[in-house]
Design a binder for this molecule. Structure first.
Ligand code: ADP
Ligand code: MG
Ligand code: MG
Ligand code: MG
Length: 402
């Protein structure tokens, strides 16, 4: 019975669920189901009708994080994910999966199967190029971030949205894992042994850095600027050459717009460090790193350009038209972008949740080198955030460090 109380479904339950609760498939469908989730928090099921080849995805929120049962996370995040996906689908057509159904008892949602796409982190670790990615992701970010802000939205409607997406449990995870724990010798950190001494000397002993992370944590908690995705790493992006789709917005809430942009940039840098450590052929290595560097520049600068163009087209708030205000506002977003990129580089290296781009580097010396570069750049992005504003700023810091 799926109507009285929540339980975590197994593959066989999901087939039953689809048959009794949904009308996506024909009555005589020959259904099978596989759990394909690889994330930390949820169960993702793929259901296929072998007669027609038709398929759907059901994502169910589990009661605790898979990574550690220390994290108790409200299953309400599945409602948030469903509602945000619908909002983003309208704001950024073609760039998020279609969602069909939400079930508040089972805490699951039903969405379009994107199995013809690949998870971007995996594809980049396989040295593949996606020439349209920078264009697609910047449209996604400008539309979802600027169009949900007070610049464009009716202020009362925006406040109502702020209220329905408070998301306290998932915000707490970010506040702890991103803004706090990586910057002291926290027992929950998970540091690669060759990196510990560097972390201690360059990060944990640095009071100036600690102070800046404290300021940033308070900005994250209090700056209800845009309806952000909140977890926009390359594992939340599906790609194929002609298409980009953003998934997994369960961390969404009203926060600083630059948080999303910075996460995309930091994860492209992880791909760059992975390529640097693992490609043997020098020509191929340089070619692929050049493509990633160009993509970092394009993401930053296309975001800036589209932000200003969309601002001019969609602005509703009169005072935001004052001379100098758009530049002031974008400067703030870019400063937050640099900080968020720096925080992501540090926390994925030292904190509890790593990225495969780095952990898959088998050679100990090469992995330690990649981690030192990530931490050095990460620290600079945080401390120098006032002066890291355009695409070439990111690549300059990267080249100065490697
Ligand atoms: P989590 O919140 O647990 O990280 P995700 O939404 O990131 O869950 O999904 C985990 C994995 O499930 C993805 O990496 C992908 O492999 C698969 N997946 C998720 N959504 C879809 C989808 N719409 N179509 C196909 N596969 C999906
Ligand atoms: Mg599995
Ligand atoms: Mg995920
Ligand atoms: Mg998730």
């Amino acid at each position: 019975d799926f109507t009285s109380s929540y339980f975590t479904m197994k593959e066989s339950d999901v087939v039953e669920y689809v048959k009794t609760m949904l009308d996506c498939f024909k009555k005589d469908a020959d259904l099978s189901c596989q759990e394909i989730g690889d994330g930390n928090l949820n169960y993702v099921f793929r259901v296929v009708d072998h007669k027609t080849g038709q398929s759907i995805i059901i994502k169910q929120a589990g009661p605790v994080a898979r990574i550690s049962d220390e994290f108790k996370v409200s299953t309400d995040r599945n409602r948030i994910e469903y509602e945000i996906l619908r909002i983003q689908y309208d704001l950024a057509p073609g760039l998020v999966p279609k969602v069909y159904h939400y079930d508040a008892v089972m805490n699951c949602c039903v969405m379009e199967d994107l199995s013809d796409h690949r998870i971007m982190r995996t594809a980049l670790m396989n040295y593949e190029k996606f020439p349209l990615f920078a264009d697609h992701i910047t449209t996604f970010m400008v539309n979802t971030l600027l169009l949900t802000s007070d610049v464009v939205m009716n202020h009362k409607e925006k406040k109502a949205l702020v209220g329905s997406f408070i998301n306290p449990d998932l915000c707490e995870i970010t506040e702890d894992l991103v803004y706090t724990e990586p910057f002291f010798d926290c027992p929950r950190n998970d540091v690669f042994p060759p990196t510990i001494e560097f972390a201690r000397n360059e990060l944990w002993k640095d009071e100036k850095l600690r102070l800046e992370t404290a300021k940033l944590k308070f900005e994250f908690m209090t700056h209800a600027q845009s309806l952000i995705h909140g977890d926009l790493h390359t594992g939340s992006i599906f790609v194929k050459p002609e298409s980009t789709k953003v998934i997994d917005p369960e961390f969404a809430f009203y926060g600083p717009a630059g948080y999303d942009v910075g996460n995309v940039l930091a994860n492209l840098i992880f791909s760059y460090l992975h390529a640097d450590a693992t490609i043997e052929d020098l020509e191929q290595k340089e070619d692929y790193k050049d493509w990633l560097a160009k993509t970092i520049i394009d993401v930053t600068d296309l975001f800036r350009d589209k932000f200003m163009t969309t601002w001019k087209e969609k602005i509703k708030e009169p005072v935001a038209r004052y001379k100098g205000f758009p530049e002031y506002y974008l400067d703030g977003v870019m400063r937050d972008t640099s900080a968020a990129a720096g925080l992501e580089l540090c926390r994925r290296t030292l904190g509890i949740a790593h990225v495969r781009d780095i952990t898959s580097i088998c050679d100990v010396t090469k992995r330690a080198r990649a981690e030192k570069i990530a931490l050095t750049i990460g620290k600079r992005f945080i401390l120098e955030r006032e002066n890291i504003a355009v695409g070439t700023d990111y690549v300059r810091v990267l080249k100065e460090t490697e």
